[in-house]
Write a protein that binds this ligand. Structure first.
Ligand SMILES: *[C@@H]1O[C@H](CO)[C@@H](O)[C@H](O)[C@H]1NC(C)=O
Ligand SMILES: *[C@@H]1O[C@H](CO)[C@@H](O)[C@H](O)[C@H]1NC(C)=O
Length: 355
């Protein structure tokens, strides 16, 4: 008994990775950058150069932006001092006030949404023998991380990533699909850069007979006019990837989300407007965040770290520099029924029949 306990400790000590590797290159700053106003200004200059910020030539803008940058850096430093299981770093959003960030990088719009329309069936309700972890990236069902830019189109990216997943699972082909087609054409219930919801997007895609590819209908980061409406008016030369419909995951149920995720990537909604999320760099995110949903993302797996932190793996649409290559691990099994940041409140996935 005692011996096996010691053995277990030893094994853990060998396997467990070292404590959070908070390295300067990961975080974008080091303690020497903080020693004086001059070193801070140097840090700001090199950050701006790395992020193609043209405003360094205008002294006025530069001074405003430097102020915002310092304020953000202070937030990052004080959050990292708390030594949670996640850490923050300087990224492309470092010159944006939190309000500016919230106005531009979210886009879940619930004004026309009501969840009494939630689907009655949940095809995975009786799923058993779920794997202990799953990562759809490793199964080739996840395209490279995209960037919504300054447009409230998260809902389109969330829906498209879930669609790319089910399409690969059913057909074996991973195709990057068009968010822009949704932004331009799915305009009855959804509102392009002013926001939308994933369920309306799935319903729209099922109705028009599928979505065009990213290459065919590329992202412009702004509302545009629809280049076509019905698939039939273009004949067979336009490649479209279809879905049959969608289902909602029973809300506020981690167990249900895991059942669905064991079978395919799932669109989820979170409260994304928390300042720690703006600068999340790595680790298992544990808040703080509320549950007022305002951002759509896609769950693409789940698992547990070596030291026992359970998480949902999530693909975001804020570029690959943000977080862990554009992904975030969000703490699960927290005891909160809506899930961290409300992530179990509004989950859904597209369905697709075998051809
Ligand atoms: C799950 O099992 C119950 C009881 O056997 C059955 O009534 C229900 O239809 C099943 N659900 C699905 C989606 O197959
Ligand atoms: C997969 O993609 C290739 C190339 O686009 C295509 O020729 C093939 O028919 C696709 N397979 C399926 C099952 O859709």
């Amino acid at each position: 008994m005692e011996l096996s306990f010691i053995l277990l400790l030893l094994i853990c000590a060998i396997i467990a990775p070292r404590a959070s590797p908070l390295q300067a290159k990961d975080l974008g700053y080091s303690s020497t950058d903080l020693t004086s106003d001059e070193t801070l200004l140097n840090l700001f200059h090199s950050w701006a150069a790395n992020h193609d910020k043209p405003y360094l030539t205008s002294p006025e803008t530069k001074s405003t932006k430097f102020g915002v940058f310092k304020d953000n850096l202070n937030h990052i430093i004080s959050a990292n001092k708390k030594r949670k299981s996640h850490w923050l770093g300087l990224n492309a959003f470092a010159d944006m006030t939190h309000d500016e960030f919230k106005r531009n990088y979210l886009g879940l719009n619930l004004q026309k949404y009501s969840d009494d329309k939630a689907s009655a069936t949940f095809m995975y309700e009786n799923a058993t023998n779920l794997p202990t972890w799953i990562d759809w990236r490793k199964k080739g069902a996840v395209t490279p991380v995209k960037n919504q830019g300054g447009c409230g189109s998260c809902w389109a990216f969330s829906a498209v990533a879930a669609m790319e997943g089910i399409n690969q699972i059913v057909t074996g082909n991973l195709s990057s699909l068009s968010e822009q087609e949704l932004i331009d054409c799915d305009i009855i219930f959804n509102e392009g850069c002013s926001g939308g919801t994933m369920d309306y997007a799935f319903a729209f895609i099922a109705t028009i007979g599928g979505l065009r590819t990213e290459q065919d209908y590329p992202y412009t980061m702004e509302d545009g006019s629809c280049q076509q409406t019905m698939a039939s008016s273009f004949g067979s030369e336009v490649k479209r990837v279809s879905i049959s419909g969608y289902e909602d995951v029973p809300k506020n149920s981690e167990a249900s989300l895991l059942k669905a995720l064991a079978h395919q990537p799932v669109s989820i909604a979170i409260e994304g407007s928390d300042r720690d999320l703006q600068f999340y760099k790595g680790g298992v995110f544990e808040g703080p965040c509320g549950t007022e949903l305002d951002h759509g993302v896609t769950a693409v797996g789940y698992g547990m770290t070596f030291n026992g932190q359970e998480y949902i793996l999530v693909k975001n649409s804020w570029g690959a520099e943000w977080g862990e290559g554009g992904f975030i691990r969000m703490r699960r099994n927290t005891g909160k029924v809506e899930g961290l940041c409300g992530m179990y409140k509004m989950a859904s996935y597209p369905t697709k029949n075998k051809p």
